[in-house]
Design a protein around this ligand. Structure first.
Ligand code: GLU
Length: 291
């Protein structure tokens, strides 16, 4: 039997905080308990916000916490060609379309709709779903706009991708860290509408890179925070559309700040580097996390 494969997949667009520590430590703990392997993946497709300094900070913080992972570390920005190949496949299968509406266009369309007293659907993150009017655009008009240099993003035709599936879309979610129970969760990618799959300048997106990498790296167990629970619906749909294997999932609790909200990378006081400078130790950090 092959060993289970886990991964910790931070983005170097800020400093790691207590929430990341919980995620990395939970991955390590579960992997050890089931005789699994732990990988580290640097999710740096956003080349404008990710920096080598933040990446170095990730290595430093993990070393400080005593977390070990296999080499080599996969850095997403080294693999744009692989994501592009998957994007080409989605284009060929007509599961993505060039979406030309700007943020202003989207806001305008929604305001017009809401002025008639009808609420516009929001995705699980609270953002309005994409209106998708340009899904009807002719191939010629699309090409004309692309050739003219119009800004656009490739969006998933979620309804079309879902309609092509032979069976109901779901995923396996472990109910606890001990991995002794699981439930089949029904995926609902339509709640996200037509998500961005790639941008004109970057041939991928978070969702596309994650599913490609999890498959290429043989990840069998995706352990990450509950903030990504609903994203699983989109990722399951992409896995099906691209013929990729499906891992099992465990979404762990989130570390909340004093205001009861999820920690963000801008809250310096919960940053691991700041805690280290303030004299905390890996032991006291674990205690803060209730580990
Ligand atoms: N890179 C993502 C983040 O920093 C996590 C991706 C994942 O675990 O699926 O939040």
């Amino acid at each position: 039997m092959t060993a289970p494969v886990f991964r910790f997949a931070p983005s170097p667009n800020g400093e790691l905080h207590l929430g990341h520590a919980l995620s990395a430590l939970t991955n390590e703990k579960i992997a050890a308990s089931v005789g699994g392997r732990l990988l580290l993946r640097i999710e740096d497709i956003d080349v404008t916000r990710c920096t080598p300094e933040f990446e170095a900070g990730i290595f430093r913080d993990l070393a400080w916490l005593g977390i070990t992972y296999e080499q080599p570390v996969r850095r997403q920005s080294d693999h744009f060609a692989e994501y592009e190949a998957a994007l080409e496949r989605l284009k060929k299968d007509e599961l993505v379309y060039p979406a030309f509406m700007s943020r202003g266009d989207i806001r305008g369309a929604i305001m017009e709709h809401e002025a008639k007293g009808k609420a516009w659907p929001r995705d699980p993150d609270g953002a309005p779903v994409y209106p998708g009017a340009d899904k009807q655009m002719s191939k010629r008009e699309r090409q004309r706009r692309i050739d003219a240099g119009a800004p656009f993003a490739w969006r998933l035709d979620t309804a079309a991708a879902l309609a092509r599936l032979p069976v109901e879309l779901n995923w396996r979610e472990w109910t606890n860290e001990a991995m002794d129970g699981s439930a089949e969760i029904t995926a609902n990618p339509l709640q996200w509408g037509d998500v961005i799959i790639a941008r004109r300048e970057i041939p991928t997106s978070y969702h596309l890179s994650v599913v490609i990498d999890d498959a290429l790296q043989g990840v069998s167990h995706v352990v990450r925070g509950l903030d990504l629970y609903f994203a699983t619906s989109v990722q399951r749909l992409l896995q099906q559309a691209l013929g990729l294997p499906q891992p099992g999932y465990f979404h762990h609790r989130l570390v909340l700040g004093p205001d009861g909200r999820k920690l963000s990378k801008s809250q310096r006081d919960t940053g691991l580097a700041a805690l280290r400078e303030a004299g905390e130790t890996p032991g006291t950090v674990k205690a803060m996390l209730g580990l």
